[in-house]
Write a protein that binds this ligand. Structure first.
Ligand code: ZN
Length: 862
């Protein structure tokens, strides 16, 4: 019997081998022929259940979607014996429709005309005979096929950003996706294609003039059946396809040019001017062609970006062009006139024209007539004047070659100073002030792209990333745009512009709708239902200190001042006095607002403060915690940055102290500020994930704890550790991503000594109060390694230190900047949280902290 699977595997090494397998007596019974069910129905059913589950689990774990009896019999060989009862098992599974004979299955797949898998199936099968004996039949395992098919759809859908046209992929992309879902052999892939087609989850089509581009359309997320290809999908797909082909051609041309240049130098070295000139002419032509293609790609990119940004209008175009009556309804809803629709239809046609132009260009051979011979002569002269680079000797290592090559004087002479070089640099630097772009970038593989990016483009700010999806959202200064585009293309990534003027959009979207009226009650919900300004926050602290409701239970401390002279205020929530605890031995430290744009973390800190005060007596767990701990809170660690993000730049992250670069760069705002969470004095020197470029959004500062905010906190925490009351736990609030991060941050390989305890305790809390929706793990692994962070510093002082990255969860989606746009599943709010979120996230985090600290008390870990 030819096995359907490529490799047999030892049953004994199977992870999920049932424990009964070691029990001889039990296995003897399970291996024997079935007796009549009437004799002992319980035994009969248990045996049936054992084999059905074991066989299907085995197939799932070994990637088998099809089975035949002889293969299974031989796989389950035990001590020289094979099971004798499998015919009955196969019969029963067939009866239950869990196994379907390939014959029947193929016959049911009539919609799939080029169905090939039956030809590939077992050579033993007598396909034409109506009844094949069960031991010669090949079966499909229905539930595993369905599961795999769903996995393929899920994977495809996870890459959908704009449902209007992202639900179509090239056939090769589809096959790649199947392979990523561990569908290895052609047979299995065909089986999945057939199933998905039959269930109307995908359809396969051919597009292009010559119908030579094979594509797969899959169901849009949230719908039940796949719809036919639309005009806009076809157009976008063809444009994308052309872009890909152009890029491939461009790469080839690049290599050719490089090869020619090497040959030209070789000829020049040998004084063969004529040959060099001939090649130069060829190179010139290639370069012309290269430029044309590059322009075309550029053009295509802008067309595609435009189309992707007019997503909602494309819905209307679709309705219109497919002649659906519903378009009238859409028109009415969107307040559009028929004229506006006409414009859109024109756009589609323009798009199709672009496509034709590009097709034409792709077909055109390299032309021969445009080179100007004098230009050529000039270039040759230029080349001759330049020193000829040494041709590396193939047999020698390259450094030996360099040592042995005499260096011409003019090579080491410094280049003449270009009077404009400085100007250019200044202009480039000033460019940072221009509106920045926000891009969603996707790379095809999982790789450490951040390290490259940080090195080559220090001013690019990472707003969020998803390592598993290899997708990133970046804030990119204008002067990087073209270089960064090349960088992305070189790594075969793709990008989409989310906005090219974020300032304008978020200023509009973040305006507070109603004037805020403070309450006399410091515990009133109004203090956590809005994002308070720094001044409002300070007024609230004063109210907490003076109100009869709260003043007995809190203390406040000014621990320092910021560069712009704002006060850093810590509020201490006093624990309960208790006979057994004359003085509480331990304290908890919680902070928020370390990164200016992460407003939610400030709101949540305020919420937590209020909840501890409100529930101090009434809630059993809170009361118990306050018997054991005092709580110190710094809800707003970076007030300068926060105010700047409220008035000037919503996505500001650092503080606002000037750097060595700020004066020289003459008002360039990007070169102000230090990333406080890279400035803490632990492993600061080790600059992984922290920048020493003053203009970077993750600039670590000139020296450890150079910043007022950081040195104030560091001094406060250190002094406290020397007192009678020590800090026991630190909760550090950030946004966003829904991560529960544990130290160390600075190293991928090193773990804090009590890591396992931290991990287990946190995971339990996540399962019990956070519906398992937070990801727990080491910060350097879940996000990325970086140095000089506050939790790393805190972990040197106390046993429990952790960071919460609050909501929303990052799903590889861009931020929705425009509040007028209906929030749908094509974008995320990111940092631009609605104040309503404070209470929702606050409740979750408050409960998590309470649960965590309570579990420590309960386990008597103190
Ligand atoms: Zn942060």
């Amino acid at each position: 019997m030819t096995s359907l699977t490529p490799k047999p595997s030892q049953i004994e090494s199977w992870d999920r081998l049932p424990s009964d397998w070691q029990n001889d007596e039990r296995m003897d019974a399970l291996f024997s022929f079935f007796k009549d069910r009437d004799l002992n129905a319980v035994h009969y059913d248990a045996k049936m259940k054992f084999w059905s589950e074991t066989i299907i689990d085995y197939c799932e774990d070994h990637g088998l979607l099809q089975i035949d009896m002889p293969t299974i019999v031989s796989r389950f060989r035990r001590k020289g014996r094979t099971p004798k009862c499998l015919d009955k098992i196969f019969e029963e599974l067939t009866k239950q429709n869990r196994l379907i004979s390939t014959n029947d299955y193929a016959n049911s797949q009539q919609s799939w005309s080029s169905w090939t898998f039956n030809k590939l199936a077992s050579p033993l099968t007598g396909w034409m005979s109506p009844r094949t004996p069960i031991d010669q039949e090949v079966f499909i395992i229905k539930e595993l096929v369905d599961k795999k098919a769903q996995q393929v759809i899920d994977t495809l859908q996870s890459n959908v950003y704009v449902p209007t046209f992202d639900c179509v992929v090239s056939f090769s992309t589809f096959i790649d996706t199947c392979r990523r879902c561990t569908l290895i052999d052609e047979n299995s892939i065909n089986l999945i294609i057939s199933t998905l087609t039959k269930d109307k989850k995908i359809l396969i089509d051919h597009i292009g003039d010559a119908k030579d581009v094979k594509v797969v359309k899959f169901i849009m997320p949230g719908t039940s059946i796949v719809r036919p290809l639309t005009e806009i999908e076809t157009s976008v797909l063809l444009l994308r396809h052309s872009k890909q082909r152009l890029e491939e051609q461009l790469k080839k041309t690049d290599q050719q040019i490089e090869g020619l240049l090497a040959d030209i130098y070789r000829h020049l070295k040998n004084s063969n001017r004529t040959a060099a000139k001939k090649l130069l002419r060829k190179k010139k032509l290639l370069e012309l062609e290269h430029d044309k293609k590059e322009n075309m790609i550029e053009h295509l990119n802008s067309v595609l970006t435009q189309i992707e940004q007019t997503d909602c209008s494309s819905l209307i175009i679709n309705a219109y062009s497919s002649g659906v009556q519903a378009h009238k309804e859409l028109l009415r809803k969107n307040g559009l006139t028929p004229d506006a629709v006409e414009d859109m239809i024109d756009e589609v046609h323009e798009m199709l024209d672009t496509q034709n132009e590009i097709d034409e260009a792709l077909r055109r051979p390299v032309t021969n007539d445009t080179t100007d011979m004098t230009e050529l002569e000039d270039e040759l002269e230029e080349l001759l004047k330049q020193p000829i680079p040494p041709t590396p000797a193939t047999s020698l290592p390259i450094n030996v070659d360099i040592i042995n090559t005499p260096i011409a004087d003019d090579v080491i002479k410094p280049p003449e100073t270009d009077p404009f070089a400085d100007l250019e640099l200044r202009l480039q630097k000033l460019g940072v002030q221009e509106p920045e772009h926000v891009w969603l970038v996707k790379f095809p593989h999982k790789d450490n792209y951040l390290l490259h990016i940080q090195k080559s483009f220090p001013l690019i700010d990472l707003l969020q990333h998803d390592y598993d999806q290899s997708s990133y959202v970046f804030l990119i200064p204008n002067n990087y745009l073209s270089d960064f585009t090349h960088f992305i293309h070189r790594l075969h990534g793709s990008y989409r512009i989310i906005t090219n003027n974020p300032e304008k959009t978020w200023k509009k979207s973040q305006r507070r709708s109603k004037r805020w009226v403070p309450s006399d009650n410091p515990l009133d919900q109004t203090y956590y239902q809005h994002f308070l300004s720094y001044d409002e926050q300070q007024d609230w602290y004063n109210l907490l200190k003076t109100s009869l409701l709260t003043k007995k239970f809190i203390r406040s401390y000014t621990i320092g001042h910021t560069y712009e002279n704002r006060t850093l205020t810590i509020i201490k929530i006093l624990g309960h006095s208790h006979r057994r605890h004359q003085q509480r031995k331990y304290a908890i430290y919680i902070d928020g607002g370390m990164h200016a744009r992460e407003w939610l973390s400030i709101g949540v800190a305020n919420y937590i403060l209020i909840q501890f005060l409100k529930l101090r007596k009434t809630n059993v767990k809170v009361r118990e915690i306050l018997y054991n701990f005092d709580i110190y809170m710094l809800p707003l660690m970076n007030p300068d940055g926060y105010e700047f993000s409220r008035h000037e730049n919503r996505l500001w992250r650092k503080n606002r102290s000037p750097t060595t670069h700020s004066d020289f760069w003459n008002g360039d705002q990007s070169c102000y500020g230090i990333d406080l969470n890279r400035n803490f004095p632990y492993e600061w020197n080790n600059t992984i994930g922290a920048s020493d470029h003053a203009c970077s959004h993750s600039y670590r500062g000139p020296s450890p704890a150079s910043e007022n905010e950081v040195i104030s906190v560091v001094t406060f925490l250190r002094q406290q550790q020397l007192s009678n009351q020590k800090f026991y736990a630190y909760f550090n609030l950030h946004a966003y991503g829904r991560f529960w991060l544990l130290p160390w941050t600075y190293s991928l390989s090193k773990k804090v000594s009590n890591y396992d305890e931290l991990f287990n305790r946190s995971s339990k809390v996540v399962s019990s109060v956070m519906k398992k929706t937070y990801r727990v793990g080491q910060a350097s692994r879940l996000l990325y390694p970086c140095t000089g962070t506050s939790i790393d510093f805190a972990a040197t002082l106390m046993p429990h230190a952790m960071t919460f990255e609050l909501s929303p969860m990052f799903k590889g989606l861009p931020m929705c900047f425009d509040q007028n746009k209906t929030l749908d599943d094509t974008c995320t709010v990111g940092f631009l949280t609605d104040p309503k979120e404070i209470e929702i996230d606050g409740t979750e985090i408050f409960n998590a902290i309470v649960e965590y600290m309570y579990s420590i008390i309960r386990d008597r870990c103190l």
